[in-house]
Design a binder for this molecule. Structure first.
Ligand SMILES: Cc1cc2nc3c(=O)[nH]c(=O)nc-3n(C[C@H](O)[C@H](O)[C@H](O)COP(=O)(O)O)c2cc1C
Length: 220
């Protein structure tokens, strides 16, 4: 698989096959992902990866818990029409693929709630780092996570990043035995083999035209 193929075939997968992921595969991916770049070579990222009984135990602990208070926010851009529209776009496509009507609030809530069980993925990566890390290190961690996502594609695997899991930061830290004072929980990453036929894995995604994002100077 070329890098281009890995980039273009990666998408957020929200329905997985009931197929276990071998330890050797996950270990190989994580070992390679160590070569992701980071400012000052801090390599600020940390993770715990669960499958089988530990994952079932975590899900049982989270089940029925109310959404907790977020320790970081991702919704500031939605205060601006342009970004609100991008969020609205992906939500509309996803709910349409799931056959959930616009006014079906309960259906939408239920679909969102599937985040809590990581869309039943067989593997869950939980990503965190020391609280003293600032914006550059959050960005470094993003590069590491994308590196993992692309390496997973090379292994025929798929993923979905999950900020939603930050609603359960308290439960997750307690479950993993992480110090709440010093550990910032960032996100989950559902990992497994995609269900290729699931409509939720096949809706058309949108991207902003290149010219709106990038300027090229000096070529003309
Ligand atoms: C850091 C991060 C957190 C995300 N959190 C969630 C989430 O909690 N639940 C979800 O369904 N998708 C989540 N996503 C997936 C985005 O909605 C998705 O990447 C975006 O719509 C682009 O679609 P694509 O990944 O299929 O290309 C997250 C993505 C990123 C990068």
């Amino acid at each position: 698989m070329t890098v281009t193929e890995a980039v273009t075939t990666r998408r957020s997968v929200r329905q997985f096959l009931d197929k276990p992921v071998p330890y050797e595969v996950i270990h190989r991916v994580m070992d390679k992902a160590r070569w992701a770049p980071s400012g000052c070579n801090y390599q600020p990222w940390q993770a715990t990866i669960l499958t089988g009984q530990p994952l079932a135990d975590l899900r049982a602990r989270i089940a029925g818990q109310p959404l907790g208070e977020l320790e970081y926010s991702w919704d500031a851009p939605a205060a601006h029409e342009e970004y609100k529209a991008r969020l609205g776009g992906v939500s509309a496509k996803m709910f349409e693929a799931l056959g959930i009507a616009r006014d079906d609030t309960a259906g939408r809530m239920a679909a969102m709630a599937r985040n809590a069980t990581n869309f039943d993925a067989p593997v869950l990566l939980l990503c965190y780092f020391p609280r003293f890390m600032l914006e550059p290190q959050w960005s470094d961690t993003g590069m590491w996570l994308q590196t993992i996502a692309l390496l997973l594609r090379e292994e025929g695997l798929d993923s979905c990043f999950q900020e939603f899991m930050a609603f359960y930061a308290k439960e997750i830290r307690a479950f993993l035995g992480l110090d709440p004072e010093s550990t910032m929980f960032f996100c989950g990453m559902a990992i497994g083999y995609r269900d290729p036929d699931a409509p939720v894995n096949n809706f058309a995604r949108e991207r902003v035209p290149l010219e709106e994002q990038v300027r090229f100077l000096g070529w003309d």
